[in-house]
Design a protein around this ligand. Structure first.
Ligand code: PMM
Length: 286
């Protein structure tokens, strides 16, 4: 079986023979899709272990909501939320990724055993981030980002969204590599919903192969996002709440896996674990 572009391998992480599944644990009171549910460390660790039982290959732990308009938490509070959960999951043998824009949080999470840093700003929000990741020699998720969001679609003006996201990610890869992060540890993410509207998200999903052309593995994080609500609402209807978007999320997982994504990041793991296995079986029959 040939490796799909976009699948590739990430130095420092295991090799899966299919699209990997990253389960999400948001230790926040206010995340867009699951805020408030796993706010204490014990509940959050239990939830993460449950995601692994359901088929997550990695668990992404975050302590700050990135939803449009969310107030930033301070570093001390973010550390208080994230570090015990990382430590608890690592002690159970889970591969943990830390979802943070702060170098200090990344550093402390890595000390607690995290193996991957997922920064929605791709190293732009905190100048200390790239040196920390470079020194630790761990993989780094670089998401397409156009700055802090004050409204749902700030700075979301594109002439050709695929072309511009591809070019901007290319520039970020060059920047993080210049900052000392090994290129074979870089993972790219189109940043669905970040300064993008429904059409932008769908167009990016329809052209994953163009992003894969950058030569780095792709992470696709569509889970429960606004564009799925809009698709499910149809014209004129009202979108279902975030927690009723899991079947649609699993559909995107199958599409992304079939399109060559290295991993998908999801809140509800079970259906996506099935979806990526079906995609793998279809790939195997090519
Ligand atoms: N989206 C959210 C949080 N973290 N990380 C990456 N790499 N890509 C994303 O698109 C992304 C992310 C927001 O979703 P959530 O708060 O509902 O989990």
């Amino acid at each position: 079986m040939t490796t799909l572009p976009g699948r590739g391998r990430v130095a420092g992480l295991p090799v899966w023979d299919r699209c990997a599944v990253m389960g999400v644990v948001n230790v926040t009171p206010d995340s867009f899709s699951d805020g408030g549910r796993y706010f204490d460390a014990t509940t959050a660790v239990k939830h993460g272990l449950g995601l692994v039982d359901e088929g997550a290959d990695l668990v992404d732990v975050g302590g700050e909501s990135t939803r449009p308009g969310a107030a930033r938490v301070d570093a001390a509070e973010e550390l208080r939320r994230v570090v015990p959960v990382v430590r608890g999951l690592v002690s159970e043998g889970v591969l943990v990724s830390v979802d943070t824009m702060r170098a200090e949080v990344a550093e402390r999470a890595l000390e607690a055993g995290a193996v991957l840093v997922n920064d929605v700003s791709g190293g732009l929000a905190d100048p200390g981030m790239i040196p920390v990741v470079a020194d630790a020699g761990v993989p780094f998720v670089v998401m397409h980002w156009r700055g802090f969001l004050q409204g749902p679609n700030v700075r979301g003006v594109y002439r050709d969204v695929v072309d511009e996201v591809t070019r901007e990610l290319h520039a970020r890869v060059a920047a993080v590599v210049a900052g000392g992060i090994a290129e074979d540890r870089v993972i790219l993410d189109p940043g669905l919903g970040f300064s993008k509207d429904v059409e932008h998200d769908l167009t990016l999903l329809a052209h994953l192969e163009r992003l894969a052309g950058l030569g780095r593995p792709l992470l696709v994080a569509a889970s429960r996002k606004r564009f799925l609500g809009r698709v499910l609402a149809g014209s004129g209807g009202s979108p279902p709440p975030a927690r009723e978007r899991d079947a649609a999320t699993a559909a995107v997982s199958a599409i992304a896996a079939h399109g060559g994504a290295w991993a998908v990041r999801v809140h509800e793991v079970r259906a996506t674990a099935d979806a990526v296995r079906v995609a793998r079986a279809v790939e195997g029959a090519r």
